[in-house]
Ligand binder design. Structure first.
Ligand code: NDP
Ligand code: 2IT
Length: 446
């Protein structure tokens, strides 16, 4: 971050929102990449494009009252951050988790803007959610919460204005309840949510998209560097939507996935994790990952999710949450011979971890590039809904693969163009930034 313009904007942002640590972290990461673009294109600074980009177009915060199974009235907070609509309707997931706050949703919304631009589909960026956690709640409680949440959110979304989807804590069940209430309130069937069930407008391949997309991206990146997944040991954190399908595809591509986790701990299975057993535990029963070690005698369970990075592996794929991989974790990975870190989660590595990983010569892909497959297939779901058509799994999967390979190549080539050969963080940030900046420039001061 050499430019005076960027330094000034960052100082101002930090003074205004000192408590928004995750948001400041995400902004700093983008700012550290875009100096060369601002030098080459003074018109961006002249139109204060960056100053406008770091201010969300709109944020709504609302009360979500609902009744639990004991008859008590609970109150949660709901949010939607409509960050940037320069290239399309706001698009991005909803996160339901206790720690959700404005800092986390602004970081996610901000990153989503660049990620969505990288997909090459016409989608702006947004994010939302609540500090409600569905874990341990009955289906009825989750439905009551979702119906109340949508009763307010409905005022701000639509197929051509803002299209939410899932994220942590929001999967097919939650999207179903949210969509049912949306339809009831508006009297319309349309594509204003993605990640829907296959019986009511969902796209084949959306469930798999983020994890499969991460592996397609990684496969292209590995190939460029004379490597592949074949016979490689892979550690994948998390055991949710992204982690499960990353594990499934990595295995199909010849890798052995030897460890997975949840927020309580991790399982290590030297013979290779059986993905169907994980699916049965996590998707089927919504249970804890330690159950895997009860069912598979060769596996060990270890308390504490951070320990997963001490398992020696060839490749690490963080697929759980932000800042889950810090400098000590990166050091342990490197010491144990890890050759690459490929992010499925959003901002899972701390800045200190990223600089160590990159300076040690490992391959490294930032989440906003390598996890874009989920939102890309959400974009394909929007297209199918608008046309009232369903594409086959093969059609969607083929388009996903093409999109992920293009994101990889675009990030790689953009990095090289700006003198940052091999640095996918700079490449992805610059490529996403330029697309959004040009759209904003052409649309005038708005
Ligand atoms: P899920 O809710 O399906 O799964 C989340 C997984 O991560 C669970 O195993 C959860 O464990 C674990 N986890 C969550 N928080 C923590 C924490 N603080 N520490 C350790 N483990 C944690 O979410 P997704 O798989 O959908 O999302 C995972 C990541 O991928 C997030 O960063 C999300 O933003 C990102 N992402 C998701 C996309 C999607 O399409 N779903 C698309 C692109 C990115 P537990 O069961 O204990 O809660
Ligand atoms: O972080 C993400 O890209 C997502 N949670 C998916 C968003 C979407 O609209 O499918």
């Amino acid at each position: 971050m050499n430019s005076q313009y960027l330094n000034g904007l960052y100082q101002e942002l930090e003074n205004r929102y000192p408590e928004q640590k995750e948001y400041l972290q995400a902004v700093r990461e983008v700012f550290s990449s875009i100096d060369p673009v601002l030098e080459k294109h003074p018109e961006y600074e002249k139109a204060n494009i960056v100053g406008r980009m770091i201010e969300p177009e709109r944020i709504v915060i609302f009360r979500v009252p609902w009744t639990d199974d004991n008859g008590s009235v609970q109150v949660n907070r709901g949010y939607r951050v409509q960050f940037n609509s320069a290239i399309g309707p706001y698009k991005g997931g909803l996160r339901f988790r206790e720690n959700v706050n404005l800092s986390i949703l602004k970081f996610l919304g901000f990153e989503q803007v660049f990620k969505n631009a990288l997909t090459s589909l016409p989608m702006g960026g947004g994010k939302g959610g609540s500090d409600f956690d569905p874990k341990g709640r009955s289906d009825r409680e989750v439905m009551a919460f979702c119906q109340s949440f949508m009763t307010e959110l409905v005022k701000y979304i639509g197929p051509d204005s803002d299209v939410p989807a899932g994220d942590i804590g929001v999967g097919k069940r939650e999207i179903g309840y949210l969509y049912g209430q949306y339809k009831r309130l508006t009297g319309e069937w349309n594509g204003s949510l993605t990640g829907k069930g296959l019986t009511y407008g969902g796209s084949l391949g959306r469930t798999q998209a983020t994890g499969y997309g991460l592996c397609y991206f990684t496969e292209a990146y590995l190939k460029d560097n004379g490597m592949s997944f074949k016979d490689q040991n892979v550690v994948i954190s998390g055991s949710g939507n992204v982690a499960i399908y990353a594990a499934e595809k990595a295995k199909q591509l010849g890798a052995k996935v030897i460890a997975m986790s949840d927020s309580d701990g991790y399982v290590y299975d030297p013979s290779g994790i059986d993905i169907e057993t994980i699916k049965m535990i996590k998707e089927g029963k919504r249970d804890r990952i330690y159950k895997y070690a009860d069912l598979v005698p060769a596996a060990e369970y270890h308390e504490g999710c951070k320990g997963i990075w001490t398992v020696p592996c060839d490749f690490a794929m963080p697929c759980a949450t932000q800042n889950e991989l810090d400098r000590d974790d990166a050091e342990a990975l490197i010491k144990n011979g890890c050759k690459g870190v490929f992010e499925g989660a959003n901002m899972p590595s701390t800045p200190e971890a990223i600089s160590l990983i990159q300076s040690s010569g490992l391959l490294y892909s930032p989440g906003k590039a390598s996890n874009a497959g989920g939102v890309a297939v959400s974009g394909l779901e929007m297209s199918q809904n608008a046309q009232h058509l369903n594409w086959t799994f093969e059609e969607v999967d083929c388009k996903l693969k093409e999109i992920m390979i293009n994101i990889y190549k675009n990030s790689r080539d953009t990095a090289a163009e700006y003198g940052k050969e091999g640095d996918l963080v700079s490449g992805a940030n610059i490529a996403g930034f330029v697309k959004v900046a040009n759209a904003m420039l052409e649309q005038g001061v708005c």
